[in-house]
Write a protein that binds this ligand. Structure first.
Ligand code: FES
Length: 310
Protein backbone atom coordinates (compact mmCIF):
# COMPACT_ATOMS: atom_id res chain seq x y z
CA UNK A 1 0.00 0.00 0.00
CA UNK A 2 1.03 3.58 -0.49
CA UNK A 3 1.42 5.87 2.52
CA UNK A 4 2.34 9.51 2.94
CA UNK A 5 5.08 10.74 5.24
CA UNK A 6 3.01 13.10 7.35
CA UNK A 7 5.57 14.04 9.96
CA UNK A 8 9.18 13.37 10.92
CA UNK A 9 10.36 13.86 14.49
CA UNK A 10 13.75 13.67 16.14
CA UNK A 11 13.68 11.09 18.93
CA UNK A 12 17.32 10.71 19.95
CA UNK A 13 20.78 10.99 18.43
CA UNK A 14 20.57 9.12 15.13
CA UNK A 15 16.92 8.11 15.64
CA UNK A 16 13.99 9.74 13.84
CA UNK A 17 10.36 8.73 13.99
CA UNK A 18 8.26 8.78 10.83
CA UNK A 19 4.48 9.11 10.86
CA UNK A 20 2.81 7.48 7.85
CA UNK A 21 -0.81 8.09 6.87
CA UNK A 22 -3.11 6.84 4.13
CA UNK A 23 -3.45 8.94 0.97
CA UNK A 24 -7.23 9.24 1.29
CA UNK A 25 -7.49 10.08 4.98
CA UNK A 26 -8.90 6.67 5.91
CA UNK A 27 -7.70 4.77 8.96
CA UNK A 28 -4.67 2.54 8.53
CA UNK A 29 -5.26 -1.24 8.68
CA UNK A 30 -5.45 -2.49 12.27
CA UNK A 31 -2.37 -4.04 13.84
CA UNK A 32 -1.45 -5.86 17.01
CA UNK A 33 1.41 -5.03 19.40
CA UNK A 34 4.70 -6.41 18.12
CA UNK A 35 3.76 -5.99 14.46
CA UNK A 36 6.00 -4.46 11.81
CA UNK A 37 5.67 -3.20 8.27
CA UNK A 38 8.04 -3.86 5.40
CA UNK A 39 9.06 -0.64 3.71
CA UNK A 40 10.17 -0.70 0.09
CA UNK A 41 12.93 1.84 -0.15
CA UNK A 42 13.92 1.24 -3.76
CA UNK A 43 13.89 -1.80 -6.03
CA UNK A 44 15.75 -4.58 -4.24
CA UNK A 45 15.92 -2.73 -0.92
CA UNK A 46 13.19 -3.50 1.59
CA UNK A 47 13.45 -3.16 5.35
CA UNK A 48 11.17 -4.05 8.25
CA UNK A 49 10.29 -1.60 11.01
CA UNK A 50 8.23 -2.20 14.14
CA UNK A 51 5.11 -0.14 14.58
CA UNK A 52 5.53 2.12 17.59
CA UNK A 53 2.17 3.77 18.09
CA UNK A 54 -0.70 2.62 20.28
CA UNK A 55 -2.71 0.21 18.09
CA UNK A 56 -5.82 2.19 19.05
CA UNK A 57 -4.44 5.17 17.16
CA UNK A 58 -5.65 4.11 13.74
CA UNK A 59 -4.96 7.34 11.88
CA UNK A 60 -1.27 6.67 11.27
CA UNK A 61 1.63 4.28 11.61
CA UNK A 62 4.68 5.44 13.51
CA UNK A 63 8.03 3.81 12.88
CA UNK A 64 11.42 4.74 14.30
CA UNK A 65 14.59 4.43 12.29
CA UNK A 66 18.06 4.32 13.75
CA UNK A 67 20.65 5.59 11.32
CA UNK A 68 23.18 2.84 11.89
CA UNK A 69 26.78 3.79 11.15
CA UNK A 70 27.25 0.44 9.39
CA UNK A 71 23.92 0.66 7.59
CA UNK A 72 23.67 -1.55 4.52
CA UNK A 73 21.59 1.19 2.94
CA UNK A 74 18.17 0.97 4.60
CA UNK A 75 18.38 3.38 7.50
CA UNK A 76 20.73 5.69 5.62
CA UNK A 77 18.29 5.91 2.73
CA UNK A 78 15.42 6.85 5.03
CA UNK A 79 17.37 9.46 6.97
CA UNK A 80 18.86 11.02 3.85
CA UNK A 81 16.02 10.73 1.34
CA UNK A 82 12.67 10.65 3.09
CA UNK A 83 10.98 14.03 3.39
CA UNK A 84 7.59 15.14 4.71
CA UNK A 85 4.86 14.86 2.07
CA UNK A 86 6.48 12.10 0.05
CA UNK A 87 4.63 8.89 -0.75
CA UNK A 88 6.26 5.59 0.17
CA UNK A 89 5.37 1.95 -0.38
CA UNK A 90 4.74 -0.22 2.68
CA UNK A 91 3.32 -3.67 3.33
CA UNK A 92 0.33 -4.50 5.48
CA UNK A 93 1.36 -5.08 9.11
CA UNK A 94 2.75 -8.51 9.92
CA UNK A 95 3.43 -9.82 13.39
CA UNK A 96 6.37 -12.11 14.17
CA UNK A 97 6.47 -10.95 17.79
CA UNK A 98 2.90 -11.32 19.07
CA UNK A 99 2.11 -10.68 22.70
CA UNK A 100 0.19 -13.06 24.93
CA UNK A 101 -2.49 -10.88 26.49
CA UNK A 102 -3.44 -13.49 29.10
CA UNK A 103 -0.05 -13.60 30.83
CA UNK A 104 -0.17 -13.08 34.60
CA UNK A 105 2.93 -10.90 34.28
CA UNK A 106 4.91 -9.61 31.31
CA UNK A 107 8.62 -8.81 31.32
CA UNK A 108 9.83 -6.63 28.45
CA UNK A 109 13.56 -6.31 27.82
CA UNK A 110 14.87 -3.96 25.15
CA UNK A 111 18.27 -2.91 23.89
CA UNK A 112 18.63 0.29 21.84
CA UNK A 113 16.16 0.63 19.00
CA UNK A 114 14.71 -2.72 20.16
CA UNK A 115 12.46 -0.66 22.40
CA UNK A 116 10.15 0.12 19.47
CA UNK A 117 7.87 -2.97 19.55
CA UNK A 118 7.59 -2.60 23.33
CA UNK A 119 5.67 0.69 23.13
CA UNK A 120 2.45 -0.70 21.60
CA UNK A 121 2.77 -3.69 23.93
CA UNK A 122 2.86 -1.34 26.91
CA UNK A 123 -0.12 0.61 25.57
CA UNK A 124 -2.12 -2.60 25.29
CA UNK A 125 -1.01 -3.97 28.68
CA UNK A 126 -2.02 -0.68 30.30
CA UNK A 127 -5.37 -0.79 28.54
CA UNK A 128 -5.93 -4.32 29.86
CA UNK A 129 -4.75 -3.37 33.35
CA UNK A 130 -2.09 -6.08 33.24
CA UNK A 131 1.05 -6.42 35.33
CA UNK A 132 4.24 -5.65 33.41
CA UNK A 133 7.77 -4.32 33.69
CA UNK A 134 10.16 -2.91 31.10
CA UNK A 135 13.94 -2.94 31.28
CA UNK A 136 15.44 -0.78 28.55
CA UNK A 137 19.16 -0.34 28.06
CA UNK A 138 20.69 2.40 25.93
CA UNK A 139 24.28 3.59 25.72
CA UNK A 140 23.63 7.17 26.81
CA UNK A 141 20.60 9.39 27.53
CA UNK A 142 21.24 11.15 24.21
CA UNK A 143 20.87 7.86 22.33
CA UNK A 144 17.76 6.62 24.16
CA UNK A 145 14.51 7.00 22.23
CA UNK A 146 11.05 7.47 23.73
CA UNK A 147 12.32 8.23 27.22
CA UNK A 148 9.65 10.93 27.59
CA UNK A 149 6.84 8.46 26.88
CA UNK A 150 8.32 5.73 29.04
CA UNK A 151 9.05 7.93 32.02
CA UNK A 152 5.28 8.20 32.58
CA UNK A 153 5.30 4.57 33.75
CA UNK A 154 6.77 3.52 37.12
CA UNK A 155 7.15 -0.01 35.68
CA UNK A 156 9.59 1.20 33.02
CA UNK A 157 13.25 1.14 34.02
CA UNK A 158 15.87 2.70 31.77
CA UNK A 159 19.57 2.05 32.25
CA UNK A 160 22.53 3.60 30.50
CA UNK A 161 25.53 1.33 30.12
CA UNK A 162 27.79 3.70 28.21
CA UNK A 163 28.19 6.50 30.72
CA UNK A 164 30.44 6.90 33.70
CA UNK A 165 28.66 5.54 36.74
CA UNK A 166 25.97 4.02 34.51
CA UNK A 167 24.28 0.74 35.24
CA UNK A 168 24.36 -2.61 33.51
CA UNK A 169 21.33 -4.60 32.46
CA UNK A 170 21.64 -7.81 34.45
CA UNK A 171 19.95 -10.24 32.08
CA UNK A 172 20.73 -13.22 34.30
CA UNK A 173 19.07 -11.64 37.34
CA UNK A 174 16.06 -10.56 35.28
CA UNK A 175 15.65 -14.02 33.80
CA UNK A 176 16.06 -15.80 37.12
CA UNK A 177 13.82 -13.37 38.96
CA UNK A 178 10.88 -13.49 36.55
CA UNK A 179 7.90 -15.47 37.90
CA UNK A 180 7.49 -18.94 36.41
CA UNK A 181 4.19 -17.99 34.76
CA UNK A 182 5.51 -14.73 33.27
CA UNK A 183 5.94 -14.18 29.55
CA UNK A 184 9.30 -12.65 28.65
CA UNK A 185 10.00 -10.58 25.53
CA UNK A 186 13.37 -9.39 24.33
CA UNK A 187 14.31 -7.24 21.36
CA UNK A 188 17.78 -5.86 20.84
CA UNK A 189 21.19 -6.59 19.35
CA UNK A 190 22.07 -10.17 18.44
CA UNK A 191 24.43 -10.73 21.39
CA UNK A 192 21.78 -9.64 23.85
CA UNK A 193 19.19 -11.95 22.33
CA UNK A 194 21.56 -14.91 22.24
CA UNK A 195 22.30 -14.40 25.95
CA UNK A 196 18.60 -13.99 26.75
CA UNK A 197 17.73 -17.22 24.93
CA UNK A 198 20.52 -19.13 26.69
CA UNK A 199 19.47 -17.82 30.11
CA UNK A 200 15.86 -18.84 29.56
CA UNK A 201 16.45 -22.31 28.12
CA UNK A 202 14.71 -23.77 31.17
CA UNK A 203 11.44 -21.93 30.57
CA UNK A 204 8.68 -23.24 28.32
CA UNK A 205 9.44 -22.02 24.79
CA UNK A 206 5.97 -20.46 24.48
CA UNK A 207 6.77 -18.04 27.31
CA UNK A 208 10.04 -16.75 25.84
CA UNK A 209 9.71 -14.37 22.90
CA UNK A 210 12.44 -12.70 20.88
CA UNK A 211 12.74 -10.43 17.91
CA UNK A 212 15.99 -9.69 16.17
CA UNK A 213 16.24 -6.41 14.30
CA UNK A 214 19.63 -7.32 12.89
CA UNK A 215 22.03 -10.13 13.38
CA UNK A 216 25.50 -11.27 12.55
CA UNK A 217 24.28 -14.05 10.34
CA UNK A 218 26.74 -16.39 8.74
CA UNK A 219 25.11 -16.52 5.34
CA UNK A 220 25.45 -19.80 3.44
CA UNK A 221 27.13 -19.28 0.07
CA UNK A 222 28.75 -22.69 -0.39
CA UNK A 223 26.31 -23.61 -3.18
CA UNK A 224 26.64 -27.01 -4.80
CA UNK A 225 23.02 -28.09 -4.47
CA UNK A 226 19.87 -27.86 -6.56
CA UNK A 227 16.40 -26.48 -5.92
CA UNK A 228 13.36 -28.21 -7.33
CA UNK A 229 10.45 -25.78 -7.42
CA UNK A 230 7.21 -27.74 -7.49
CA UNK A 231 4.80 -24.94 -8.41
CA UNK A 232 6.80 -23.42 -11.22
CA UNK A 233 8.25 -26.76 -12.36
CA UNK A 234 11.80 -25.32 -12.45
CA UNK A 235 14.97 -26.94 -11.24
CA UNK A 236 17.84 -24.57 -10.60
CA UNK A 237 21.37 -24.96 -9.39
CA UNK A 238 22.81 -22.88 -6.55
CA UNK A 239 26.41 -22.14 -7.44
CA UNK A 240 29.30 -21.56 -5.09
CA UNK A 241 29.31 -17.94 -3.94
CA UNK A 242 25.55 -17.60 -4.34
CA UNK A 243 22.79 -17.55 -1.75
CA UNK A 244 19.62 -19.53 -2.34
CA UNK A 245 17.86 -16.19 -2.77
CA UNK A 246 20.39 -15.05 -5.41
CA UNK A 247 19.79 -18.25 -7.39
CA UNK A 248 15.99 -17.89 -7.18
CA UNK A 249 16.03 -14.24 -8.24
CA UNK A 250 18.44 -14.98 -11.12
CA UNK A 251 16.05 -17.68 -12.32
CA UNK A 252 13.25 -15.12 -12.41
CA UNK A 253 11.40 -16.46 -9.36
CA UNK A 254 9.37 -13.69 -7.75
CA UNK A 255 10.14 -13.99 -4.06
CA UNK A 256 9.73 -11.45 -1.27
CA UNK A 257 12.60 -10.59 0.98
CA UNK A 258 13.55 -7.72 3.26
CA UNK A 259 16.33 -8.01 5.82
CA UNK A 260 18.50 -10.49 3.86
CA UNK A 261 20.01 -11.71 7.12
CA UNK A 262 17.50 -14.18 8.47
CA UNK A 263 15.66 -12.07 11.02
CA UNK A 264 12.43 -10.76 9.49
CA UNK A 265 10.77 -13.91 8.15
CA UNK A 266 9.75 -12.36 4.82
CA UNK A 267 11.55 -14.92 2.66
CA UNK A 268 10.22 -18.04 4.39
CA UNK A 269 9.53 -20.87 1.95
CA UNK A 270 7.93 -24.26 2.59
CA UNK A 271 10.29 -27.23 2.20
CA UNK A 272 8.76 -30.42 0.81
CA UNK A 273 11.91 -32.54 0.78
CA UNK A 274 15.59 -32.23 1.67
CA UNK A 275 17.48 -30.87 4.67
CA UNK A 276 18.20 -27.13 4.82
CA UNK A 277 21.29 -25.73 6.47
CA UNK A 278 19.41 -23.26 8.65
CA UNK A 279 21.33 -20.03 9.30
CA UNK A 280 18.47 -17.72 10.30
CA UNK A 281 17.43 -16.26 13.65
CA UNK A 282 13.74 -16.39 12.83
CA UNK A 283 12.71 -20.05 13.13
CA UNK A 284 12.65 -21.68 16.54
CA UNK A 285 14.90 -24.66 17.25
CA UNK A 286 11.87 -26.95 16.93
CA UNK A 287 10.94 -25.42 13.57
CA UNK A 288 14.50 -25.82 12.34
CA UNK A 289 14.54 -29.46 13.43
CA UNK A 290 11.27 -30.07 11.59
CA UNK A 291 12.88 -28.87 8.32
CA UNK A 292 9.49 -27.89 6.95
CA UNK A 293 10.52 -24.37 5.96
CA UNK A 294 13.63 -22.39 5.14
CA UNK A 295 14.72 -18.76 5.05
CA UNK A 296 16.16 -18.55 1.57
CA UNK A 297 18.04 -15.28 2.10
CA UNK A 298 20.68 -16.81 4.32
CA UNK A 299 20.27 -20.58 4.61
CA UNK A 300 21.85 -23.30 2.49
CA UNK A 301 21.33 -27.00 2.08
CA UNK A 302 22.77 -30.07 3.78
CA UNK A 303 21.30 -32.30 1.09
CA UNK A 304 22.10 -32.39 -2.62
CA UNK A 305 18.59 -31.20 -3.42
CA UNK A 306 15.87 -29.16 -1.71
CA UNK A 307 12.30 -29.41 -2.95
CA UNK A 308 10.51 -26.13 -2.35
CA UNK A 309 6.82 -25.28 -2.52
CA UNK A 310 7.19 -22.33 -4.88
S1 FES B 1 14.64 -11.63 4.07
FE1 FES B 1 14.38 -11.47 6.21
S2 FES B 1 14.52 -13.51 6.86
FE2 FES B 1 15.04 -13.61 4.81
Amino acid sequence: MKARIKKIEWEADGINSYFLTSLDGQDMPAFEPGAHVDVELKPGLTRSYSLVNDPKQRGYYEIAVHHAIDSRGGSRHIHEVWRVGEVVEISAPRNNFPMNEDAAHTVLIAGGIGVTPMLPMIARLEELGKSWELHYVAATPERAAYVDRLSAYPSARIVYDGIEGGARLDLAALSEGAPADAHLYCCGPGGMLDAFVALNKGRPADKVHIEYFSAETEIATDGGYSLELTRSGKTIQVAEGETMLDALLSAGVDIGFACSEGVCGTCQVKVLDGVPDHRDHFLTDAEKAANSSVMVCCSGSNSAKLVLDI
